[in-house]
Design a binder for this molecule. Structure first.
Ligand SMILES: [Zn+2]
Length: 338
């Protein structure tokens, strides 16, 4: 009888595959109503001799069953733990890797670089100037009258308690450069400018300009027109529609404005171009004699022209963007398009 129980047990163990089946096997043989338990209980009804003999065999079998189950459950336990760790930390080594996010240049920077390249190819050098300026270079040296409304608190960011301001245009560098360098000269000055004004679709308190200055002995309006129209055709393509109109700036005489057909509406008129179909992109003019005078140049000898294009406007027209504020909103949905 014990032999049959042992054989059944060994068959069951053979087929066991996890901790749960082991538990059932234990119950089947050593549980309260287990097969071996029953035999052990029935020993008391036997004669002393039989009890001694059979009892020894039955107890040996019980010990054997317990040992086998213990060994087997240890094996299953390690295996099950191993499987769960594997499932948790499973890595698909064949999956494509995640690329680290890579930054890129801001659309204004890209446009600036392109403009710089075109002017460099025309013999202009790139000069940088300070963003914090004195009243002298920002206004006086550029022939801006003392009572000019641009000096007003509402247009200029003045630095507290000292005679310094955030430059309102890149033009101060004209004066600074002329002071230290003799003509003939060709420079462009890219940079950030600041104005104390309400922001809307075409105005920001921070914006970018590229100042340009060309001075020589026979520089005329024809040179101004040739350089700026040449630039516009290279930057926007030969089909760009251009128009000139007279304008006024204290540091030019005469002053001009170069306009281009609005790219947002294609010239039909929209809110970006004030319904006119045209955008003023390059304020410019021949350098005012007073500016030469304050730089110490001999008036009869030199002539030149200057311009100060709004980089943000140039970029808006290039990419058909209808709101300048998008450039400074740090919205990646916008920036990632460039
Ligand atoms: Zn328009």
């Amino acid at each position: 009888m014990l032999d049959r129980v042992k054989q059944n047990f060994l068959n069951d163990i053979e087929k066991s595959k996890d901790l749960k089946t082991l538990e059932n096997i234990y119950k089947k043989y050593l549980g309260r109503k287990g097969e071996l338990t029953k035999i052990l209980r029935s020993l008391k009804d036997l004669s002393e001799k039989e009890r001694k003999e059979k009892g020894k065999l039955a107890n040996n079998l019980r010990q054997e069953i317990e040992e086998v189950i213990k060994a087997k459950s240890k094996k299953f336990f390690i295996k099950s733990r191993h499987v769960s760790v594997m499932q948790k930390n499973w890595i698909d080594v064949t999956a494509p890797g995640k690329l680290p996010a890579q930054g890129h240049l801001h659309p204004i920077t890209l446009v600036q670089q392109e403009i710089e390249e075109i002017f460099q190819s025309m013999g202009f050098s790139i000069i940088n100037g300070p963003e914090v300026e004195t009243e002298h270079y920002n206004f006086d040296a550029l022939n801006v009258p003392k009572n000019h409304p641009a000096r007003d608190l509402w247009d200029t960011f003045w630095l507290k308690d000292i005679d310094l301001l955030l430059r309102t245009h890149t033009s101060p560098m004209q004066a600074r450069y002329m002071e230290k360098n003799n003509p003939p000269l060709r420079i462009i000055v890219p940079g950030r400018c600041f104005r104390h004004e309400a922001t809307d679709a075409s105005h920001e308190t921070t914006f970018h300009q590229i100042e340009g200055l060309m001075i020589g002995q026979n520089i005329s309006m024809a040179n101004l027109k040739g350089v700026l129209e040449g630039f516009m055709k290279r930057f926007y393509g030969p089909q760009v529609k251009l128009r000139w109109q007279p304008s006024y700036f204290p540091f030019t005489e005469p002053g001009l404005e170069l306009l281009m057909g609005c790219s947002v509406c294609g010239g039909k008129g929209c809110s970006t171009c004030g319904q006119s179909g045209w955008m003023e992109v390059i304020p410019c003019g021949m350098v005012h004699p007073n500016v030469f005078k304050s730089a110490g140049y001999v008036l009869e000898r030199w002539q030149g022209f200057a311009f100060g294009m709004g980089l943000d406007r140039i970029a808006m027209m290039k990419h058909k963007i209808d709101d300048i504020r998008l450039f400074y909103s740090n919205d990646l949905r916008f920036l990632n398009q460039f």
